[in-house]
Design a protein around this ligand. Sequence first.
Ligand code: DP6
Length: 328
Amino acid sequence: MMKGEWVRAHTNIALIKYWGKENEKLIIPMNNSLSLTLDAFYTETRVIFDENLKADELYLDNTIQDLAALEKVKTVLNIVREKAGIKAKARVESYNHVPTAAGLASSASGLAALAGAASLAAGLDLSEKELSKLARRGSGSASRSVYGGFAEWQKGTDDDTSYAVPIDDASWDIGMLFIVVNDKKKDVSSREGMRRTVKTSPFYQGWLDTLDADLSAIKEAIKQQNVHEVGAIAERNALKMHATTLGANPPFTYWSPDSMRAMESVRDLREQGYSVHFTMDAGPNVKLICKQSQLAEIKAYLLKDFSESQLIEARPGPGLLVVSEFSK
Ligand code: DP6
């Protein structure tokens, strides 16, 4: 039996989105993406390789998961087994630390924590670059959660050249505020959503065409620590990504009426003079990009339209950590 240590990974939110794969099996993306890792949401995972197990098992928050949930996990475990020459099946124990249950648990923190935990349990001593590649094979966005602060996933051309790199530690006045929006609609997973968009949306090429410009502009704004510019570029980038889904066949959107209400509040806040912009991922929640020093004021303003439990403050968070003392 090989019992690894607990590894903690924080979730990240893309400011320049990953949307579409060039290679589905290896998870090589169509474009570079850039994100900010946050302190507010994380996953802690431990892996035990055990010869007595008949099959891999995943426990999430003490509940055993079905085969569908195990799929991404098995991809990562198989790569680790191959690298380390291990035959044993694994028991994966994972805890999501998210302030509310409203669709905030992310595959980014989950698969990044797994990459770290599985490689430790197998006795592999991987560099951050190797960990990023391994996490990527589980879920693309997880490649970026290996690092704290801003990270860029460089798409590369094959398994060996597609990984994230750190860009800036974000130890300046930037933060994010989540507006948690509940929605009864059945989700289109990001995996299915991007697949459908690449295949069928006539707007997809338009999305790809402006990405290089968005990326170089946001990197410059990060260098200058200009939260207004970072947010403005991220907001435009997210709106372009979401526009591609409306052109897909069948069409779909991640927006709900409450998402639009949240966007309106952001525009109100801008009229009040705040530097605040939004981004959205493959779900109805809206994430604000603003000065960390104004998080409390902005949250207070939003309380007129949203409840306390819908508003979650987040600050830049760290990269992968080995945690000797498990925190639940
Ligand atoms: C909209 O990383 O969840 O959040 O690689 O298929 O597992 P897979 O997809 P995933 O996609 C994330 C998409 C996004 C944008 C982003 O995080 O860059």
